[in-house]
Design a protein around this ligand. Structure first.
Ligand code: TMP
Length: 235
């Protein structure tokens, strides 16, 4: 598939047109940002690692009847995907308190939630992705009730599938972010990526952080953590 002009450049990925209207190419970059772009850096080899990691998760989900945008891996850093009309809502699923949830509710990081927590954020960099609820989504027509019902159903299912898959690899799924969009067939598909950029992964035994928190919090060993996740997923 031939890459045509760049359609969009985000903080961690570039999106290209192809000669087919309903297919795009996503290129994973080594660039890393945190705190809504305030902190910038590079994680060497991240593009390759996140592409591989995300594809492993997306294939697992597709095998379990979760519709995803992934069509084909075309290089170490690129995938061919179904073009989606992105719904401007980020879904965060949480199993263990960390990050902004620990802060908001005054919980100690590592507190196990008694059930999974689903949160919505409005995808808008200028506003710093504020937290919203379903009423904001309907009032602002970001998505309708049927779409949100489907997104919630898929998000809980994805959480269960990922927890199960990661358990055998000695990885605890603390929390993660999902993005969904609508295909030209009107159906909801999972888009974006699932990687150490968008998830918190802890070693089940030691609770060592194996994700982007190492970059956000200057903990060192960032590349090694991403490599370790890829190694465990491939093993
Ligand atoms: P938070 O605790 O900072 O709200 O993050 C929750 C999860 O969402 C965590 O796994 C990281 C992920 N996330 C993103 O993928 N993109 C973002 O812009 C933010 C803020 C969080």
């Amino acid at each position: 598939m031939i890459k045509k002009e760049m359609l969009y450049e985000g903080k961690a990925k570039q999106i290209y047109k192809t000669k087919e209207d309903d297919k795009l190419i996503v290129l994973f970059k080594d660039d890393a940002t945190a705190f809504n772009g305030e902190k910038k850096g590079q994680i060497s080899g991240k593009g390759i690692m996140n592409n591989k990691i995300s594809n492993i998760f997306f294939k697992l989900l597709a095998d379990n009847n979760v519709p995803t945008h992934l069509l084909e891996e075309i290089s170490e850093t690129e995938v061919l995907v179904r073009k989606l009309e992105i719904i401007p809502v980020e879904v965060v699923m949480r199993n263990i308190a960390a990050g902004s949830l620990a802060k908001r509710l005054g919980l100690e990081e590592g507190t196990v939630m008694s059930q999974p927590v689903l949160e919505f954020y409005y995808k808008d960099d200028d506003l710093g992705d504020p937290m919203i609820n379903e009423y904001h989504i309907y009032a602002q027509k970001m998505a309708d009730r049927e779409e949100i019902a489907r997104i919630k159903e898929l998000s809980f299912k994805i959480n269960e599938l990922l927890i199960d898959f990661l358990k055998d690899k000695g990885i605890e799924l603390v929390d993660f972010k999902l993005e969904f969009g609508k295909g030209s067939d009107g159906k909801i598909y999972l888009g974006d990526e699932i990687s150490p950029d968008t998830c918190r992964f802890w070693d089940s035994e030691t609770r060592e952080k194996l994700d982007k928190d190492r970059f956000r919090r200057d903990l060192g060993g960032v590349e090694g953590a991403y490599q370790e996740i890829l190694r465990r997923l491939q093993g």
